[in-house]
Write a protein that binds this ligand. Structure first.
Ligand SMILES: C[S@@+](CC[C@H](N)C(=O)[O-])C[C@H]1O[C@@H](n2cnc3c(N)ncnc32)[C@H](O)[C@@H]1O
Length: 347
């Protein structure tokens, strides 16, 4: 069995996406924000990534454990049975309780379980215990991933994805607990939209670099541009309205007052950044056209939804990105509202 976790508010959207894009998985909602499925070609499905899923727990088995010790024993037994001593691995022990009021207690229990698993492994297989790393950098092909999810103090699931599965499924299996990243906050940029760009950078493991050239379409009031300039990049910002005054005076900013949909750079750039408010098909077409013409090396593009009917556009986006890029992701970011984000690297 495999499990998919959605953000709390995306439960219905994920159910719809599964029915529309991946009916052959025959996924079933087993509780709030959790869907299970048995079939489905995980490694080759064109439905993947599911935009409204935050985390995938592959090869999950239910666990009943009356005590912290019992959680630790069952998990350690599974890890010892599956992972070799020289195997690099990561582990998340997380609560997914129905009642948010109990989640704080759940987190505390998860910390105790995590510590108990560590002592058990340390005592029984010190070499394997030493291979654990809980970085949140993108997966490498040699890392395995253990997820312990508590649905209540005494029941939940254990998922063990041996290498290279986490890397192969990196569009769905995230190295952040439950696939979630705290939304960045900083009063210095002109709007909170900057958190979307930061999250896309963290998820892809690729940051805008010093000296790189970014085109920021729909840039005003300028928080994506702010991030790019702060990283030492130069920015061509395109909008009908100017950016915040200090950004307009920045030596590395070129402002173009005009239409994001007709702007073409003189030469290929390092980053296409696009956060234009537009119908989803327009933003998707813009991104695909930049990729087909080889106009950018990397991209971060917001796809805004007006209603649920817009979700149908996502399958076209996914299949074209699979054809046109070296690496790509489409997900509703923690920092997104009624929108999703496509990001990645051109081929
Ligand atoms: C959500 S805001 C962008 C916020 C920006 N990323 C930031 O971080 O500050 C969308 C912007 O798209 C611009 N916009 C909408 N349609 C446009 C078009 N056809 N051409 C240029 N800009 C457009 C709007 O003027 C608005 O400033």
């Amino acid at each position: 069995m495999h499990l998919l976790f959605s953000a709390e508010e995306d439960d219905a959207a994920l159910e719809e996406e599964l029915a529309l894009s991946w009916p052959e998985a025959v996924a079933r909602r087993i509780r709030r924000g959790v869907f299970s499925f048995e079939q489905g070609d995980l490694e080759n499905s064109a439905a993947i990534p599911l935009v409204f899923a935050r985390q995938l727990a592959a090869n999950a088995t239910p666990i009943i454990a009356a005590s912290v010790r019992s959680w630790a024993e069952q998990t350690s037994e599974a890890i010892l049975g599956k992972l070799a001593d020289d195997q690099a691995w990561r582990m998340h022990v997380v609560p997914h309780y129905d009642s948010p009021a109990n989640t704080t207690a759940g987190r505390r229990r998860c910390q105790l379980i995590d510590a108990a698993i560590q002592s058990e492994l340390k005592a029984r297989r010190r070499r394997l215990w030493r291979q654990r790393c809980d970085a949140s950098t993108p997966w490498t092909t040699c890392e395995s991933f253990v997820q312990v999810v508590l649905a209540s103090p005494g029941a939940g699931w254990l998922s063990l994805a041996p290498a290279p599965l986490p890397f192969v499924l990196r569009r769905m299996v995230w190295p952040f607990p439950k696939g979630e990243i705290p939304v960045a906050s900083d009063p210095a940029p002109p709007s909170r939209a900057f958190a979307k760009l930061i999250e896309a950078e963290v998820r892809s493991g690729a940051c805008i670099g010093s000296g790189e050239h970014c085109v920021d379409l729909g840039a005003s009031p300028g928080s994506w541009t702010y991030v790019a300039l702060a990283r030492g990049a130069k920015v061509t910002a395109v909008d009908r309205s100017p950016l915040r005054a200090d950004l307009m005076r920045h030596a590395e900013l070129r402002f173009v007052r005009g239409d994001a949909f007709t702007f073409i750079p003189d030469q290929p750039v390092d980053w296409l950044l696009c956060d234009v408010i537009a119908a989803p098909e327009r933003s998707i077409d813009l991104l695909l056209s930049w990729l087909r013409r080889g106009l950018t090396r990397r991209f971060v593009v917001t796809i805004k939804f007006k209603g649920r009917r817009d979700y149908a556009q996502l399958d076209r986006l996914k299949s074209e990105l699979a054809r046109l890029t070296a690496d790509w992701f489409v997900i509703r970011l923690c920092a997104n509202k009624n929108e999703a984000c496509a990001f990645g690297a051109a081929s």
